[in-house]
Design a protein around this ligand. Structure first.
Ligand SMILES: *Cc1c(COP(=O)(O)O)cnc(C)c1O
Length: 385
């Protein structure tokens, strides 16, 4: 089966990891700092904090912005469940903003309208979490203007968009947000096995993230409530977690970052070829408007169902049967049983639901061979023509 995404591990990566295994520190050592510094320098943020996953990172991001019981937060339904779960962990109340069918990102029109209603009802969100779907940045300028007008904080779920850009800056520079959170799961752009990285420009948020990553503990006397009892002393100031990344993982991340730009250009070239080869089929292909800015985590096509007489589900099955590991990003979050129990139902977010009935994610990763790429395109042609 050709997977829809997969990691690329080189001898150089292995050497970096083995070096850590032979060193004194497997966790809380120098590799974490090295990854954080390299990442912050790359995206252009003041701070970066490595954590055990993007899910952990999103949870800490919500905590560091003070989300608590009863506070409202919004994200999009066309995302992985982690985009919503992170605020629920804090006792927050989730709601969703529908997507724009062109970009598949949070619709600015839907957001603006929802904010007007929410203001009237006194239910404005404390945090909004836009997701840069497939690596294409949301309209952050517009979201930030609304954040200033209505007083909410912004966390970018940048799980798909390591290496993406917006308005001439890398995603994660946090010019239009408080915090950005990236994933280093193996299907994402670069990997640490499991892992996430948080960026921010706020020293206050940074301090909180560092503490919350390790149980809410501080070892710095300036933050303590009293003089240290002795050299062993530390204080727990709030309730935190063990969300640390290991140095073994961080070393892999440091090594992978050297190939990040190369990975993205390989993805981009595959996208261009997909669009060329599939252009005469009854498919809506991704727009190449943001060709050079997107990190191209996913290549998603939409079936023009009124032009073919074969159901979405069947096309998907035929591709899987042909050994092509297509996927579907995403099952709308609000339609999962857990979220239905919170009160959501079919019809709540029509653009997302409509999209879900037509979308198929095709394989896309730097080492996807020309032969496999050709085979995928020919198989789709065979099914749809
Ligand atoms: C992968 C993903 C996450 C979670 O990332 P992990 O590192 O696996 O926790 C969150 N949001 C989105 C949009 C993702 O695709």
């Amino acid at each position: 089966m050709i997977p829809y995404g997969r990691q690329d591990i080189t001898e150089e990566d292995i050497r970096h990891v083995v070096d850590v295994l032979k060193s004194d520190f497997l966790t809380q050592g120098p590799a974490i700092k090295a990854l954080e510094q390299k990442f912050a320098a790359y995206v252009g943020s003041k701070y970066a904090v490595a954590v055990s996953s993007a899910t952990a990172g999103l949870h800490l991001a919500c905590m560091s912005l003070g989300l608590k019981d009863g506070d409202v937060f919004w994200t999009v339904p066309n995302s992985f469940v982690a985009s919503a779960n992170c605020g629920l962990y804090c006792g927050g109340t989730v709601d969703f903003v529908d997507i724009d069918p062109e970009t598949l990102n949070m619709s600015i029109t839907a957001l603006s309208e929802k904010l007007i209603h929410a203001e009237k009802e006194g239910r404005l969100p404390k945090i909004v979490i836009p997701v840069h779907f497939s690596g294409r940045s949301c309209d952050m300028d517009a979201i930030y203007s609304l954040a200033e007008k209505y007083g909410f904080s912004v966390i970018e779920d940048a799980a798909h968009s390591i290496g993406a850009s917006y308005n001439g800056k890398k995603t994660g520079a946090c010019e239009y947000s408080d915090i950005a959170v990236f994933s280093m799961h193996p299907v994402k752009i670069i990997t640490t096995g499991e892992g996430g990285i948080i960026t921010t420009n706020s020293p206050d948020i940074y301090e909180k993230l560092l503490r919350l990553r390790t149980h809410g503990i501080t070892k710095s006397p300036s933050l303590m409530t009293k003089e240290p009892d002795g050299a062993w002393y530390f204080e727990q100031l709030s309730l935190g977690y063990n969300y640390r990344m290991t140095d073994i993982q961080a070393a892999l991340g440091v090594s992978q970052m050297d190939r990040l730009d190369d990975y993205i250009s390989k993805r981009r070239n595959l996208v261009i070829r997909y669009n060329e080869k599939l252009r005469n089929l009854p498919l809506t292909l991704p727009s190449l408007k943001d060709l050079n800015d997107s990190s191209w985590h996913l290549y998603v096509v939409r079936l023009k169902l009124d032009e073919i007489n074969i159901p979405h589900k069947r096309v998907f099955e035929l591709l899987r049967d042909a050994g092509i590991g297509v996927n579907l990003h995403y099952i709308p979050i609000h339609l999962h049983p857990y979220f239905r129990e919170l009160g959501f139902s079919r019809g709540d977010f029509p653009e997302t639901e409509h999209y879900y009935g037509e979308a198929i994610t095709l394989p896309l990763y730097p080492k996807l061979s020309d032969k496999d790429h050709e085979y995928i395109c020919e198989t789709i042609k065979g099914i749809l023509q």
